[in-house]
Write a protein that binds this ligand. Sequence first.
Ligand code: 5AD
Ligand code: SF4
Length: 438
Amino acid sequence: MTQAPKKLFIKTYGCQMNVYDSERMAEALGASGYVTTEVQDEADMVLLNTCHIREKAAEKVYSDLGRLRPLKEAKPDLKIGVAGCVAQAEGEEILNRMPLVDLVVGPQSYHRLPEMEARVGQGGRAVDTEFPEDDKFAALKSRPKAKRGPTAFLTVQEGCDKFCAFCVVPYTRGAEVSRPAERIVAEARGLVEAGVREVTLLGQNVNAWHGAEGGLAALVGQLAQIDGLERIRYTTSHPNDMDEALIAAHGHEAKLMPYLHLPVQSGSDRILKAMNRKHTAEEYIRLIERIRAARPDILMTSDFIVGFPGETDADFEATMDLVREVRYGSAFSFKYSPRPGTPAAERKVQVAPEVMDDRLQRLQGLLTQQQRAAQDAMVGRETTVLLEKPGRLPGQMVGKSEHLFAVHVDAPEALRGEIVKVRITEAGPNSLGGTLLA
Ligand code: 5AD
Ligand code: SF4
């Protein structure tokens, strides 16, 4: 008699790398007889893949765990696991605070999930938050060949050696590690065979990738040779790792999309120094000029932190000035959140919450205006769209443009997974509308 498969529910918090990790964890647990479910209540195992970047994200994990109590009481065999960066940073504390948690696995150890799951099955609890010598990607089996949607993430680099003064990543994800080019190319080929047309290369510091001579530009060049792989993106980059070759690739590599997320965090040199970003506002602006010289229509995006300890009104105005000068396509902005163990959390000059609120509102107002302007500027232009799924209205499909705008197009569902030519005809607050061109 074959056993009914066990069901796995994964909740993913935080960044795209967690989205990728969740897929790989689901695949790893497939070997233990699990299939994924979208319905938490029918799960035999619930795994929270967590984010530690800001306090709010980390605290949400504990409230979500609390909410799992009734389910665990109703189903005592339910296994509950915490994965990701909160697991890494607070492993023991999670077990102490939350008796219902059975296993805790850090982002570098999840290839060991099947053994851990087996241990929990025998009534124990399991914790693994090591940075093991063995590479988890080498230990994970190759990815299943099942048909996939047309876009995929592919982690090429992990960890960070930059130690920005506010950031937990160097502690939760560890030192910078690049996956070897052959493995990445092999994984990309497999994805393309499974139906993928666009890959987004992921890394906390993706443009510091050094898995082969020539850096990320060389990797992009190799991937661009894969037939059937039509679009390449990468995120997230540090300004100091944008080398000449990568800038040039934006000019000559047709498969590299005209979109670049290049966080600057602040426009004040004093704050950039205190953040340990190791570049000035002027250097960042000059860098963007060089990138735009290579690819004039590239859409720039960024992350910003307001209220970093010691940030004055003048510092904040410098950030507003930088935003006005760069003109972003979109951007994320956050209130500074002190993180345990980071140098900035020790600083005495924390900014008052109401000042942070006010600055965040003003910055977001300006960024929204710029986003609208970038969307409006697309109207009338021709672009390509990778159709991903049906839109809201019948007979409509939605996909992403080269500049990563969501675009609604009247098109048959048979075109799903295809890259089509579109003229943009309208810009709404969250997406563009367009018509198919022959
Ligand atoms: N507080 C607020 N925002 C932060 N980020 C990273 N650490 C913090 C923090 N302690 C933001 C940065 C980074 C993005 C992923 O999250 O802007 O680029
Ligand atoms: Fe964190 Fe990015 Fe700075 Fe690395 S470069 S420490 S991941 S903000």
